[in-house]
Design a binder for this molecule. Structure first.
Ligand SMILES: [Cu+2]
Length: 341
């Protein structure tokens, strides 16, 4: 029998195995993984990963047993020259009972492990839970801290080891809030508030992304979550609450003067100025953020200049529509915005 098996493992099969092996190697060789679910930093994300691992390895076990049996039978009982009609049979009661009971047990075990986790995911806030409203807009995220009087965009700050309830809302269409290292995704639904509670356990910057197709710039709708120490968070809140820093140079002053004439005031709020629009992101402290345009450009002089010179080139279809600005006007505005720490 051994000899027959070896004979069957001929060239094509060996080639296929080699290809599958190298594909696996390539697939696992991905380097940095900022948006992986495999490095959870909250209990919620860890619970989901544990469950995923259990289901995955059970599936691997089932796959190996079933495919192994199939391959063995295909090779062992394949048709050879001179073979006649094989013995005809119908059904095998014991086998059929076995392959009904085994999957049932597996499904029941998965259900028993899943149901308590579903309840854990839906757990409500505690007395000292920090509340944040996360509001999806086409194509950026707004973050409002109702108890702290802070409004910001695209960069959610959270204190480490503090439970936080995130209330998901949408201003327009369906979006989905997904920070893989913090929690599984949850939809942001217009006219409805979905909530979840998490406690981030490690400091760091975590990448998030809208995970529900929401229109032309959906793929360019990202955000970051900055988890920081309690004192860093308190300092951040203090800074966010203050009105905008007054322009520090003549050029920055010229920039602030352009807010009205170029229409920025209609869509953006900059507390301390006449700008009080609510269509675009709050800009009072835009200079302190790491990225602009929902994670698409670095918040540098060049990034801002690129954005103001052509927001539609950077992010086609987005709702920032402005008159064309001269190079001087862009410089003034950028100098002003960079100063809004
Ligand atoms: Cu979206």
């Amino acid at each position: 029998m051994k000899g027959r098996l070896r004979g069957a493992l001929n060239k094509p099969i060996a080639m296929a195995l080699l290809l599958m092996g190298s594909a696996l190697l390539f697939a696992t060789a991905c380097g940095a993984t900022p948006q992986t679910i495999l490095e959870p930093t909250t209990r919620s994300a860890r619970d989901s990963l544990d469950l995923l691992k259990f289901v995955f390895w059970s599936a691997v076990g089932v796959f190996v047993v079933v495919e192994g049996a199939l391959i063995y039978v295909l090779i062992r009982y394949r048709r050879r020259s001179g073979d006649g009609l094989p013995r005809q049979t119908h059904g095998h009661t014991r086998l059929e009972i076995a392959w009904t009971i085994v999957p049932t047990i597996l499904v029941v075990v998965i259900a028993v492990l899943t149901v308590p986790r579903i309840f854990a995911l839906a757990q409500g806030p505690e007395a000292d839970t920090l509340r944040v409203r996360a509001i999806g807009h086409q194509w950026w995220f707004e973050f409002v801290y109702p108890d702290l009087g802070v409004v910001t965009a695209n960069e959610l700050h959270l204190p480490v080891n503090q439970s936080v309830e995130i209330q998901l809302e949408s201003e327009d269409v369906l979006h989905s809030f997904w920070v893989p290292k913090l929690r599984g995704k949850l939809d942001m639904v217009p006219g409805r508030v979905n909530k979840f509670v998490i406690t981030p356990e490690s400091t760091g910057t975590f990448l998030g992304q809208c995970a529900e197709f929401c229109g032309i710039a959906h793929a360019l709708m990202k955000f970051t979550v900055v988890v920081e120490s309690e004192s860093d968070f308190a300092a951040w809140v203090d800074n966010e609450r203050a009105p905008r820093a007054p322009p520090a140079s003549e050029q920055a002053k010229a920039g602030e003067a352009l807010l009205a004439s170029k229409g920025c005031v209609a869509c953006h709020t900059i507390r301390g100025t006449e700008a009080a629009g609510v269509i675009g992101p709050e800009l009072t402290h835009v200079g302190s953020r790491n990225h602009i345009a929902a994670g698409i450009l670095p918040n540098t002089h060049e990034g801002l200049a690129k954005w103001l010179s052509g927001p539609q080139d950077v992010k086609p279809g987005n709702f920032m529509v402005i008159p064309e600005l001269s190079e001087d006007e862009v410089e003034s505005l950028v100098t002003y915005l960079v100063g809004l720490k």
